[in-house]
Design a protein around this ligand. Sequence first.
Ligand SMILES: Nc1nc2c(c(=O)[nH]1)N[C@H]1C(S)=C(S)[C@@H](COP(=O)(O)OP(=O)(O)OC[C@H]3O[C@@H](n4cnc5c(=O)[nH]c(N)nc54)[C@H](O)[C@@H]3O)O[C@H]1N2
Ligand SMILES: Nc1nc2c(c(=O)[nH]1)N[C@H]1C(S)=C(S)[C@@H](COP(=O)(O)OP(=O)(O)OC[C@H]3O[C@@H](n4cnc5c(=O)[nH]c(N)nc54)[C@H](O)[C@@H]3O)O[C@H]1N2
Ligand SMILES: [Mo]
Length: 758
Amino acid sequence: MADDPTTQREDTPYHREGAGGWGSVEGMAKVMAEMRPTPAVLDTLRVQNKPGGHMCTSCAWTKPKDPHPFEFCENGAKATIWDLTSARCGPDFFAQHTVTELLGWTDHDLEVQGRLTHPMRYDPQSDKYVETTWEQAFAGIGAELRVLDPKSVVFYTSGRASLETSYLWQLFARLYGHNNLPDSSNMCHETTSVGLKKVIGSSVGTCVLEDFDHCDMLLFFGQNTGTNSPRFLHPLKEAAKRGCHIVTFNPVREAGLVKFRSPQSPAQMTIGSATTISDTYLQVRPGGDIAALLGLVKRVFEIEEAQGGVIDHAFVAEHTHGFDALRSFAHATSWDAIEAAAGLERGQLVEVAEIYAKSKAVIGIYGMGLTQHVHGSDSIAMLVNLLLLRGNIGRPGTGISPVRGHSNVQGQRTVGITEKPELAPLDKLGEMFGFEPPREKGHTTVEAVEGLLDGSVRGFLSLGGNFAHAISDTGRVQPAWRDLAVNVQIATKLNRSHLLTCPTMWLLPCLVRAEEDAQASGPQAVSMEDSLSHIHGSMGRRTPAAGTLRSEPAIVAGIAKATLPPSPKVRWDEWVGDYAKVRDLIAQTWPDQFGDFNGRLFTPGGFYRGNAARDRQWKTESGRAEFTVPPSLQSLKRELRDGEYTLVTLRSNDQFNTTIYGYSDRLRGLDTDRMIVLMNPEEIARAGLHEGQAVRLVCALDDGHHREVGGLRVTPYDLPDRCVAAYYPEANPLVPLSLHDELSKTPAYKGTPVRIEA
Ligand SMILES: Nc1nc2c(c(=O)[nH]1)N[C@H]1C(S)=C(S)[C@@H](COP(=O)(O)OP(=O)(O)OC[C@H]3O[C@@H](n4cnc5c(=O)[nH]c(N)nc54)[C@H](O)[C@@H]3O)O[C@H]1N2
Ligand SMILES: Nc1nc2c(c(=O)[nH]1)N[C@H]1C(S)=C(S)[C@@H](COP(=O)(O)OP(=O)(O)OC[C@H]3O[C@@H](n4cnc5c(=O)[nH]c(N)nc54)[C@H](O)[C@@H]3O)O[C@H]1N2
Ligand SMILES: [Mo]
């Protein structure tokens, strides 16, 4: 292959080691030193992601039936150590600092204060959070919510809360009277929930772990495994060793997708060489995936016409719809147009298409590189087009596999956290709990912020997360948070969303997943769903960080009880006393997927909740899998103009979303502060800039609002022309709220046009 990482890339300044390896051990040690976790953290890590242990709060990658001796990665260990820190952020801390002062602190310095310990209420007079009791907090919140119009209140969720908590949360929202249930998924894989659903009738991926043992080609689009789901590198490494072709499309050369040195393999750690992961790495231009995929599709049609035998006509005839339109579109689009939009050469795409045409079982994998674009849904649909041509969905070793982010983000949707009433079993809920559920569509994350700006959103309750800092357009939007009538934040650590205060605001501290959750019936388990639709039980065993903490289900129930009139069918105390009863409710609501939930809770490898598309049953409008024609060859809002670049926002290896563990981005060979802008060296020269120069990025979309981020140091990196990269969340003020996937409203965090000003 032209771009063989083994021959070309070893000596670039960017990638020397590959993912895993000794660097990952050092990465963990650094967090250990700063967090000084309790010694028992090692016992916790030993059972992390294993039956009977707790399920990691880092990524959503599956937990295999036969776990490795240490079934955790550098980032999973960091997440646990970060949760089990010995530092405490209690009433003393808040007595010493005003909120205005804390707003000047960095994200890292806020969270490093440690675990929140006491329920706190904001006091506008002193501009400080002051200690309160749980009873006072619940009563105060309930009193506020009772006077608001329920439709003006939003219940946000970050994708970490368990299935049990999530079920109670959506029930509370609907009993109260709204479907305003956006979650972090609306900034993440909502493109999948909506876009994939449209074309194959499934809002989640179709693969299970065994498929990765049987595929002979993996197509990887915009998912940075080494940093964001490192345990997935193990099956990838095994697949690569078997000779499975792994082809990666990513503008950024990500070390983890190039090579992997297994920390589980003593031989590889000391003497062995790292395993090459991608045999082909194509640096597509940001937003160029639709064109790249169309190139592959076009070539498949060309081969079919020349020699036949490539397209699975029986599958196409029996299972699909729209084939002819796609074929005509592929014919009508020139290679020149494809090359220009993809930023790749025809020869590169032809080579990949020829491998595809010969491969018997192919899996398409993707992450935020596809979903966070204006035409994100169309990119996913284009990947599905390619897979369908050869019947690569619904056979062993094939399928489409979105890699989810937060550890239970997929499961939250499964148990009813959704703003889309048609996706929630409203009739069933009404019947079970004796009420008339609200039928009106709720807000997505983007719509929730639009509501903040126009004053129609008056109340905000946040079950985890750091929404005000994670959403786009933060510079423009943040002042609007001050106008809320009520804001309630349920959290483990202090973050920026807690500091955008309104006069009536509470900060409520909860247990983390690794801690023992003792309720009336004894210690409780919770559960979550992974990226491959398997459900796992999780037991926390560590002593809670403070005796004053409550569990998430207990906090949700506490607020709900204080807000809603009592009802004989709604038994908050009983449910909180024994989470098995909440699981029974889930099983009663979705009997097909959750039958005998409690009995199957600790199934090794999790229990599978099934997937119709995997069985080639297509729950689409036509009842078939849909071939579609994209509305545009690239996923961007518009073509770049002179002097403009596409901004891609990135995660470092030393962060989990807005949680900044530290300042190293080891896998990219970057070890500096986070205020940098990455550009390729030729582009730096063409722009008349030099390495280390401080520049300002300015959003180039003109909608009457000025957006800029200054103080970014120019840093050379291996990126395509006309592309710059900067870190999330520092770069979020540059992304207009209105720039989002057209179908699902997922913000276009990977496709903002910007100018550079010296
Ligand atoms: N350590 C760690 N783990 C995490 C997280 C974390 O922050 N830190 N976050 C969690 C969450 S919530 C999520 S959603 C996942 C996110 O995990 P990923 O889906 O991997 O998300 P990102 O790192 O934002 O970006 C993915 C890749 O997309 C590439 N990319 C950008 N634009 C394009 C494009 O136009 N086309 C293509 N093909 N590629 C593109 C980027 O170069 C990057 O390598 O990770 C989860 N796991
Ligand atoms: N520019 C840009 N913006 C992005 C993205 C991007 O790629 N680029 N990615 C988007 C994506 S994919 C996502 S998922 C969102 C993430 O958005 P969120 O999920 O809202 O943000 P996090 O940073 O994960 O939230 C961190 C906070 O969660 C709280 N927390 C941690 N553990 C727990 C717990 O167990 N319980 C409770 N109650 N609270 C807890 C802590 O207080 C911590 O400060 O950001 C989105 N924003
Ligand atoms: Mo995410």
